[in-house]
Design a protein. Structure first.
Length: 352
């Protein structure tokens, strides 16, 4: 089978991680695998690909018309048996670029299309064009319930695969003071809310340190907020994690302050490793991944005081933290790559 996967780029995002896993898996099944993206980091793809996977990168960072042309050209050059696409804008552009072809297209929504900051036109376009898709892959049942009725019948729920990162469990922190947060530095991820909670956390637990891994357009604003709150020596923003999974090294608690999500890989990685979590109960993902009082704590969305109090509760409860560190088995079984990739295999094979 000739498989073409199309994504936004080859950076450090959650969708990019899943694409790399799926591409390597289908190559092992002896597919001819092509992966197209619009951007490539200077140092190459953040997530590795086998040499036999063909990568197609756009020649420029132009507007949507250039992106549409790139996708259409790749589809014409590859002539795939099936196309799998990730993220709203790529889904829309690909469905437009394949309008005159009989190639089955599987689209995958990786975020919360009702809440994300993109212009609402993209969501409406996806809802309209998705009628042409063979399958619409969603990550949670709650997300699929938000689809229009005409598209809901095409939906299939496939969670993200997540294996225990090599050596990660042995390198987790064993204390109560090292907080970590991970994600793109933009409003969606809610790091401004986490910074607002830090003075209250420090008042109750003065030894606390916070590292926020990620890059994005809100870096300057977050640095200004950090300095204004006198947190310069407390909060570090070192950029993206040097390699997948390394952000967990030495971490005692993951704080996840997102305003909305799809199915966050950061939470999945934490649950299969045994890193305790404090998270806003945002749509969607945290409620599906966190078992309250067992592997983490959920607090009301954007409730900064509740977030601070939950962190302090864990920081002052070493016994509870240790119980959460030992509660990783259920998530490891549920998110085992073999199980999740089998669902992708069935979806792709059915489409063809």
């Amino acid at each position: 089978m000739k498989l073409l996967i199309i994504q936004g780029g080859f950076g450090a995002g959650g969708a990019e991680k899943i694409v790399s896993i799926l591409a390597a898996h289908r190559l092992e099944r002896r597919d001819e695998v092509h992966v197209a993206g619009l951007t490539m980091p200077v140092g190459g793809s953040y997530f590795p690909y086998p040499d036999d996977v063909t990568l197609h990168v756009a020649n420029s960072n132009g507007g949507q018309l250039d992106r549409y042309r790139h996708i259409r050209n790749v589809v014409q050059d590859v002539s795939p048996d099936v196309v799998v696409t990730f993220l709203t804008k790529i889904n829309v552009l690909t469905l437009m670029a394949t309008w005159d072809r009989r190639t089955p297209v599987i689209i995958s929504e990786r975020n919360n299309p009702r809440a994300q900051s993109a212009h609402p036109l993209w969501r409406h376009a996806q809802n309209l064009l998705a009628r042409r898709a063979r399958t619409v892959v969603m990550q949670t049942q709650r997300a699929s319930e938000d689809l229009p009725r005409a598209i809901k019948r095409k939906a299939r729920i496939i969670s993200n695969p997540c294996a225990l990162p090599a050596g990660a469990r042995e390198q987790l922190g064993t204390g109560t003071s090292n907080l970590v947060a991970v994600g793109r530095l933009d409003r969606q991820k809610g790091f401004d809310l986490l910074l607002s909670a830090m003075p209250q956390i420090l008042k109750g637990h003065p030894e606390t340190q916070l590292t926020i891994y990620g890059e994005g357009p809100e870096r300057k604003a977050l640095e200004v907020q950090r300095d204004r709150l006198n947190l310069t020596d407390i909060v570090s923003l070192p950029g993206s994690s040097p390699a997948p999974g390394e952000w967990m090294h030495g971490a005692d608690i993951l704080v996840f302050p997102s305003r909305y999500e799809g199915f966050p890989n950061v939470l999945a990685e934490a649950t299969v490793t045994g890193l305790p979590i404090v998270s806003f109960d945002c749509p969607y993902g945290p409620r599906e991944l966190i078992r309250p009082e067992e592997n983490g704590l959920l607090v009301p969305l954007e409730d900064v005081d509740a977030l601070a109090q939950a962190v302090l509760r864990l920081a002052k409860s070493p016994e509870l933290l240790q119980r959460m560190r030992d509660a990783d088995l259920e998530s490891r079984v549920w998110l085992a790559p073999d199980n999740i990739l089998a669902e992708w295999d069935e979806t792709i094979d059915d489409a063809v």
